[in-house]
Design a protein around this ligand. Structure first.
Ligand code: SF4
Ligand code: SF4
Ligand code: FES
Length: 256
């Protein structure tokens, strides 16, 4: 087993401010960035704050920025860096720092609560639901999400624009709206809920200019832009410019 000493710069601080601190840490074969952060805690910085749980890329807790790129620390192998490189680890930039590498990701839970959940179809009990395999596959792709919020962190709409946060749900939750809007058994429209309209009016779909940065950082490989955001945009536009939909909404408004 070979080992070497790597140079790290780790952000330390809290809501009042902070900066990068230099460390030299031992690295062994097969290790990931989270191993090194744990070694730092064990040997040099016992009060270094870091959030993690599974160390298997499944809980979504260990999100941080490594050399400026949003990544899971437990899934970033040290072997992707050269031994000479200085590796910078900083907290997610789009969310407020609590301490060191830990951020307050509450924004995402607020946005999650703003998306109305699946509306069960009337007259069908769970177990009687039948769907085409392609509809099942679509939902299953979106359901692979581990809520690491790397896509939320990287999206330029909120990354440096705190002012956009109230009006923009972010890719993870627009994907949830898309999933429900394309779900063949969702009965939201029968209750008067137009998910395409809420995507535009309440969740900020129009802010997304399909740069695909969210897709690029997703550790689950979910095609957020191609399979959720672009179809949702197409459906929202169809709704807006479909003359029958327009006429129907006029008649409904007049009769109510
Ligand atoms: S594709 Fe849309 S949601 Fe994804 S990063 Fe770009 S602007 Fe944000
Ligand atoms: S969609 Fe991907 S990047 Fe976004 S929160 Fe889910 S797993 Fe993370
Ligand atoms: S510790 Fe669970 S995803 Fe990294």
């Amino acid at each position: 087993m070979s080992s070497y000493e790597a140079r790290f710069k780790v952000w330390r601080g809290d809501v009042q401010g902070g900066g990068l601190e230099d460390f030299k840490v031992e690295v062994n074969d097969g290790e990931v960035v989270l191993d090194i952060i744990h070694r730092l805690q064990a040997t040099q910085a016992p009060d270094l704050a870091v959030r993690w749980n599974c160390k298997a890329g499944k809980c979504g807790s260990c999100s941080a920025e490594i050399n400026g790129r949003p990544r899971l620390m437990c899934m970033t192998r040290m072997s992707v860096f050269t031994r000479e490189e200085t590796i910078t680890v900083t907290p997610l930039r789009a969310f407020p720092v609590v301490r060191d590498l830990v951020t307050d990701v509450g924004f995402n839970y607020t946005k999650a609560r703003e998306v109305p959940s699946f509306v069960p179809p009337e007259g069908l009990a769970p177990g009687e639901y039948r769907m085409m395999q392609e509809d099942v596959d679509r939902s299953q792709e979106f359901r692979k999400c581990i809520e690491c919020f790397l896509c939320q962190d990287t999206c330029h709409v909120v990354r440096d624009h705190e002012e956009n946060k109230p009006a923009f749900a972010g890719p993870r939750f627009l994907m949830r709206v898309a999933e429900l809007d394309m779900h063949p058994l969702d009965a939201a429209s029968e209750t008067g809920l137009d998910r395409k309209k809420t995507a535009q009016d309440e969740h900020g779909l129009g802010y997304c200019n399909i740069t695909k940065c969210c897709t690029e950082v997703c550790p689950e490989g979910i095609k957020i832009t191609d399979n959720a955001l672009i179809p949702l945009k197409e459906r929202a536009v169809d709704r807006k410019y479909d003359p029958l939909v327009w006429l129907g909404s006029k008649i409904r408004r007049r009769s109510s």
